[in-house]
Design a protein around this ligand. Sequence first.
Ligand SMILES: [Zn+2]
Length: 78
Amino acid sequence: MQPKKKSAKILRCPTCGMLVRFNDEDFPFCSDRCRKIDLGKWAMGVYKISSPVLDPEVLEDLGGPGAGDDEDSDNYDH
Ligand SMILES: [Zn+2]
């Protein structure tokens, strides 16, 4: 029987999904950059669970940060 090797805990970076070791300096993030990105999300209220408003339409209407990648709403070429 082989003794169970103590494997380092590995989690995925909440920001980009990369594998991060438990003893990593920026755990649970893969890098300082991802940590700041995640903090930014909190600051923008993306993770605000207390908010009852979660409708995509409302978020779109607000046009706040987070919806910046969706610019094809008025780009229909068809
Ligand atoms: Zn990351």
